[in-house]
Write a protein that binds this ligand. Structure first.
Ligand code: SAM
Ligand code: SF4
Length: 307
């Protein structure tokens, strides 16, 4: 096994794989209304995921997060999870989902070996939620959260991106979800991922500090909670709460020092860092005569290029 260590001595312990670019929502901060998507045949196949998992094990990476787009729009998701978990050395398989299809498919995902789920929830007020997601129904996401708790997934994390003029007032009720249930609500600073209209981005950006102040104005000072130093979230708790409240501040407090991740995009490009445009096309490696060896090389190169 070759441990995956980058030039800054950061161990890569975690791979985030996007299995589709499609989604059944159109969140305003993530997608435009009229998207064109990759042909389905170009997405990661089950066999390719299998090769990727063999590669991870070879490189000592134990954790896999499946994301998208929306991973649940891939019918084969349970099979993907099962194949990943079947590899000796893959300890933990998680998904990040918008929750729309989760409640109805959760049981098969858990039976396939799903360990953890992050569910995105940007607002509790139905109208605000519908505005952000361009028509999404918040009840479906709340059902997803209930289902995840009922099936004993642990921890259940909720992700909220905070956007000025949209949902900055929702952060108080969202934080309140952590009071009497073991829910871990994380507030994420809006990132300027598509580089369009910098002025509009600046207007919509809310610093994590402001979000925290809004929550503390209602619930009082948050208590720090010890947490995994490689996690991007700074974690706190409302005194007496069962769950936690976390802040992921990639813009005002970049967590590069502890970054332990690599990402594979849905068009099979490795991205060593989310905050730069750096990417390496590795589609060829899946089709190489010795795909695992080719993938190991490609991943080592990407790791070496982590800024
Ligand atoms: N569709 C799934 C979901 O929404 O959870 C998984 C993919 S989504 C791209 C993964 C996460 O990225 C979500 O929590 C989403 O809110 C977050 N996200 C998307 N665009 C973002 C942006 N511009 N800034 C910060 N977070 C963003
Ligand atoms: Fe993007 Fe996820 Fe929203 Fe879909 S649900 S538009 S992938 S943030």
């Amino acid at each position: 096994m070759t441990p995956l260590i980058d030039p800054f001595a950061r161990a890569i312990s975690y791979l985030r794989v996007s299995v589709t670019d499609r989604c059944d929502f159109r969140c305003t901060y993530c997608m435009s209304e009229h998207m064109t998507f990759l042909p389905k045949a170009d997405l990661l196949s089950l066999e390719e995921l299998d090769r990727l998992c063999t590669t991870f094990v070879r490189l000592g990476v134990q954790k896999l997060r499946i994301t998208g787009g929306e991973p649940l729009v891939r019918k084969e998701l349970p099979e993907m999870i099962a194949r990943a978990r079947a590899k000796e050395g893959v300890e933990d398989v998680a998904i990040t989902t918008n929750g729309l299809l989760f409640a109805r498919r959760a049981k098969e995902l858990v039976e396939a070996g799903l360990n953890r789920v992050n569910i995105s929830l940007d607002a509790l007020t139905p109208e605000v939620f519908a505005r952000i997601t361009r028509g999404g129904k918040v009840e479906r996401v709340l059902e997803a959260i209930e289902k995840a708790l009922e099936l004993g997934l642990h921890p259940v994390k909720l992700n909220a991106v905070v956007i000025r003029g949209m949902n900055e007032e929702e952060v108080v009720p969202l934080a309140g979800l952590s009071l009497d249930r073991p829910l871990h609500v994380r507030f994420i600073e809006y990132m300027h991922l598509d580089n369009s209209d910098p002025e509009a981005y600046r207007r919509r950006f809310v610093p994590g500090k402001e979000t925290r102040a809004r929550i503390e104005a209602v619930y009082g000072p948050l208590e720090p909670v010890p947490h995994d130093p490689t996690s991007p979230a700074r974690v706190f708790k409302i005194p007496g709460a069962q769950g936690t409240v976390g802040f992921i501040n990639p813009v005002t407090e970049p967590f590069c020092t502890h970054c332990s991740r690599l990402r594979l995009t849905s068009d099979k490009k490795l991205r060593p860092c989310l905050l730069t445009d750096l990417e390496m096309d590795i589609a060829w490696a899946f089709a190489a005569p010795e795909p695992v060896e080719a993938l190991v090389d490609a991943i080592l190169i990407a790791t070496n290029r982590k800024p």
